[in-house]
Design a protein around this ligand. Structure first.
Ligand code: ADP
Length: 459
């Protein structure tokens, strides 16, 4: 059955209260019944004891001693609540009875259970009856049966039963309606939250769910949804910015290439002019293919991560490999690279990604360093973790840009250094690779004095 949430809550509440109300009704009925019959049974026992003392034993039979006086009283008085008395022999045959019984007899049963007060019937009327054994010198002479009308009691109990039974479904129905109303009120904030989240679209992520006034679970839920929306909004904004920047970065070399070719075809040129223009074109194509390679690498990291192949390796020899690859630029700029000797801890990591990280960081250090300066690559251990700090004496990074240089395509102060080419993708690739390898990456920099990028490898 597909019930609404509030109906489900109301139904569960109803089942629980149905059981509780049923128990309460049974208790009420039992207490009233007990009270009514306790009074009747006390009277019955009193009458039985009184009449036991008024018996006369004649041989094997027992009779009432004051029968005449009794009959006379019967004629004189009107009995509102008559007590019926009967004497029976041990087999239940009638020996004597009170005059008010006329020709009727009280029901008899020799079973011991009948000695206690119990319900019985006479001429279609309800009776409360007791059956007391009569003994003489240890011999069972018979039984004295005493009974009084329990019509009033039965009437009270029947009415009470009817009221309880009749009111049971009404009470349950009222409770269900009440529970449904209360559940509806309790989940109203959830409906408001759903409506608010439905209004939020990809095009307008600025809307937020209104926070419920009380600091309860719904308040926590609404806050969590708002937090999620904030993160989604930021991610979408980053994605939009990235798309705009990427298309701009891709268009720039294409426009430059097109411009060069257009100028070239306008009129016939000398061979050296063709060589120069084609050289420029090749440079733009290289820039474009480098950019596309980096974008693809970043997209691969974003979409699928990277299959990691950890193996025992030395960061020192990886640093030397990278420096060897950049030896021409290093010597062209007369850069000095210092790698102080240190006891480096052994490391298990992915060689491809580690090379990618070191290559990007060292390439930046080389690119942003002035000719003749020094680059220091310090390896060491701190808190049982291997650290590698790449320090340069380059242009440095503005403090306000330190957080942004890891964003894709972001280039700090690019216009002031037009001669230094770049894509703005290297550090975002480094950050992603560090995240995959569990490496902590930090940067410290002072504008105009140099930068230090530090890698803290996992223990
Ligand atoms: P780019 O291709 O522009 O070098 P990166 O993602 O590698 O892209 O770097 C992002 C920006 O961070 C760079 O444009 C530069 O402004 C700054 N940057 C990175 N490394 C250094 C460094 N060693 N010295 C100075 N600035 C740096």
């Amino acid at each position: 059955m597909n019930l609404a949430f509030k109906d489900r809550i109301a139904l569960h509440y109803l089942l629980a209260t149905a059981a509780l109300v049923a128990v309460a009704y049974l208790v009420v009925f039992g207490v009233v019944r007990d009270r009514v019959y306790t009074d009747l049974d006390r009277n019955l026992r009193l009458e039985a004891t009184k009449h036991l003392g008024e018996l006369r034993v004649a041989g094997p039979v027992i009779r009432f001693a004051n029968r005449e006086e009794w009959e006379e009283r019967e004629h004189r008085e009107v009995q509102v609540d008559p007590v019926f008395i009967q004497l029976s022999d041990p087999q239940g045959r009638l020996l004597d009875r009170s005059p008010n019984l006329k020709a009727d007899q009280l029901a008899f049963d020799a079973a011991p259970g009948w000695r206690a007060p119990h319900n019985s019937m006479l001429r279609g009327k309800a009776l409360r009856q007791i059956q007391v054994p009569v003994e003489q010198d240890g011999r069972r002479m018979g039984y004295l049966l005493a009974a009084i009308s329990s019509e009033a009691a039965r009437h009270v109990l029947d009415s009470l039963g009817l009221v309880l039974l009749g009111s049971y479904p009404v009470v349950l129905l009222a409770l269900f309606g009440l529970a449904r109303g209360l559940a509806g009120r309790s989940i109203a904030p959830i409906i408001a939250i759903t409506a608010a989240t439905n209004r939020i679209t990809r095009h307008d992520l600025s809307a937020r769910v209104a926070l419920p006034p009380r600091p309860d679970e719904l308040h926590t839920l609404a806050s969590a949804i708002n937090g999620l929306l904030h993160r989604i909004e930021q991610a979408v904004a980053r994605e939009k910015q990235f798309t705009a920047d990427a298309s701009h970065e891709l268009r720039t070399p294409l426009a430059a290439l097109r411009g060069t070719l257009e100028v070239l075809v306008r009129k016939p040129r000398r061979p050296e002019e063709y060589v120069a223009s084609i050289g420029l074109g090749i440079q733009e194509i290289d820039r474009l293919s480098h950019l596309v390679d980096q974008l693809l690498l970043l997209a691969r990291f974003e979409n699928h991560g990277q299959d990691l192949h950890h193996q025992e390796l030395s960061v020192l020899s990886s640093v030397h490999d990278v420096l060897h690859r950049h030896r021409e630029t290093l010597s062209a700029k007369c850069l000095r690279v210092e790698v102080p000797a240190a006891d480096a801890l052994p490391l298990r990591s992915d060689p491809y990604l580690l090379d990618l990280i070191l290559d990007n960081l060292l390439a930046n250090a080389i690119k942003y360093s002035p000719a003749g300066s020094t680059i220091t690559v310090a390896l060491g251990a701190a808190d049982g973790r291997l650290c590698c700090a790449i320090q340069d004496e380059g242009i440095g990074i503005r403090p306000e840009d330190l957080d942004r240089i890891f964003d894709p395509l972001y280039r700090s102060d690019a216009l002031s250094h037009k001669e230094i080419s770049g894509t703005g993708l290297g550090l975002s690739i480094v950050a992603k690779a560090c995240q995959l390898l569990g490496i902590e990456l930090s940067v410290a920099s002072e504008l105009g004095r140099g930068s230090t990028f530090t890698l803290r490898f996992p223990a």
